[in-house]
Design a protein around this ligand. Structure first.
Ligand code: 5AD
Ligand code: SF4
Length: 444
């Protein structure tokens, strides 16, 4: 058996793609290894969303030079969003690189690796080959070889994005929005549950517009309903949602579909209408807050998380304070917050009124300190409650035995007997930390 090492940067979609890479290469007798030094093939699955993510790719690739020198037979490939963005330029810039494959070339990976191996040539391919993105006959699940037993899995429901938010590189590196046929999605979910998967995370850049551009396709709400009908499946989650497309039909799914977990990730990006407009987001602070109200009226226990960018071009202190004010109003369970980063090709990279780096850092610090208090008080509010925990594995803090999540996606560690993996158990929450809760099993 040959050995493959895959390094993944970026989002859950990239993590899913890395699994597919592992699965595709498993069929070519490549076994996954954590140890880069042992690998015959190293793949770097890259992210271009912020400059920092891209820099990580270059720093890792730099370090691989030494391995290549030691083992000239080693094949090094770069896939994902930076590969799509840079193409051939990566081969020019990095002499020890063998293969560049874009986001549309994922399913051609075995063939491209074989080409490098056989011809000892350097290969760069970044065209979009949608035929291969979703092979109808073989639904990509978890690799049979190489990966440990899993309880949850991610399933792609669409690719690409048509929204063109002013700051965002995704439409350029992932292409236009294409929904995957619902029959394929359902087949994949069924396949996963027969292998013991209890929870699926449905992935897309904007799942709320699922099916709208595919003739005769069902809506996302109907898709959720069908997936909930798959035998053996206990939990459904989805990400990411665009506030402009969050429909009343989807809001209605919460509380109605028992398999749908009480958590939504709804990126707001900013609290100032002037900025939301410049960001090309197509909603206002007021309509966002209205949707939050509708969601909470429907499901009071719903956990809501968000993404926020600080220092978007033209952001004044007043705009920023409107973001803080929105965060105070909504009281998100948690947020992911980022300093604005200029990306090639995006509209905002040409905006003249860029915010100073120090100012961005100051605002990010203020926002994060502000949210931290809210996150902690939300965690603390759970102490004393009883939560349904799907057990995902053993806790890293070994004294606490098992780890799992609440339906609202909070991590809970608790001691317990053997054999709980994959079971849903009742746990009383006894202590709260910033990132996890501690509990006691009350029944299994
Ligand atoms: N700079 C900073 N953050 C960005 N995001 C997307 N593009 C940029 C950028 N150019 C953030 C958004 C998005 C999340 C995935 O990354 O908040 O929701
Ligand atoms: Fe990064 Fe976006 Fe590509 Fe995901 S889709 S890897 S977040 S650039």
């Amino acid at each position: 058996m040959k050995q493959i090492h895959i390094a993944t940067f970026g989002c859950q979609m990239n993590e899913r793609d890395s699994q597919t890479m592992a699965q595709l290469m498993a069929a070519e007798e490549y076994q996954l290894t954590e140890r880069m030094e042992q690998a015959d093939l190293i793949l770097v699955n890259t992210c271009a969303i912020r400059r920092k993510a891209e820099e990580k790719t270059y720093s890792l690739l730099g370090r691989l030079k030494r391995l290549k020198r030691k083992n000239p037979g080693l094949i090094i490939g770069v896939g994902g969003c930076v590969a799509q963005q840079e193409g051939e330029r990566l081969l020019e810039r990095i002499p020890h690189l063998d293969l560049v494959f874009g986001t549309g070339m994922l399913y051609r990976l075995p063939e491209l690796v074989e080409q490098v191996r056989r011809d000892r040539s350097r290969v760069s391919r970044i065209e979009r080959d949608l035929r291969f993105s979703f092979p109808a006959e073989e639904t990509p699940g978890i690799p049979d070889r190489g990966l440990p037993f899993e309880i949850k899995a991610s399933v792609n429901v669409m690719q690409g994005c048509n929204n063109y938010c002013a700051y965002c590189v995704v439409p350029y590196v992932r292409g236009p929005e294409v929904s995957r046929p619902s029959s394929e999605i359902l087949a994949e979910v069924k396949n996963l549950t027969t292998r013991g998967i209890k929870e699926v995370l449905l992935l897309g850049q904007n799942v709320n517009s699922y099916g709208l551009r595919r003739e005769g396709e069902i809506s996302f709400a109907t898709l959720l309903e069908r997936i909930q009908g798959v035998a053996g499946l206990e939990r459904i989650r989805f990400t990411t949602s665009h506030p402009k497309d969050l429909s009343p039909e989807l809001i209605d799914c919460f509380g109605r579909l028992t398999g749908l977990c009480e958590h939504i990730h709804l990126p707001v990006q900013a609290g100032s209408n002037r900025l939301l407009k410049r960001m090309n987001r197509h909603y206002t602070r007021e309509t966002y807050l209205e949707k939050i109200g509708q969601l909470r009226r429907r499901t009071p226990a719903l956990a809501i998380t968000s993404d926020i960018i600080v220092g978007f071009p033209g952001e004044s202190e007043k705009d920023f304070q409107e973001t803080i004010d929105l965060v105070a109003t909504v009281r998100f369970d948690d947020i992911f917050s980022f300093k604005y980063s200029n990306r090639p090709q995006t509209a905002s990279s040409a905006f003249p009124d860029q915010v100073e780096e120090e100012e961005k850092s100051r605002r990010l610090k203020e926002l994060q300190a502000f949210q931290k208090k809210i996150t902690f008080s939300k965690q603390q509010a759970l102490t004393g409650t009883v939560q349904q925990i799907l057990v995902e594995g053993t806790s890293k803090k070994s004294s606490l035995g098992w780890t799992g999540r609440t339906r609202t996606n909070k991590i809970v560690n608790f001691p317990g007997p053997r054999g709980l993996l994959g079971k849903t158990v009742s746990v009383r929450i006894e202590a709260a930390g910033m990132h996890s809760l501690k509990g006691r099993l009350i029944e299994s």
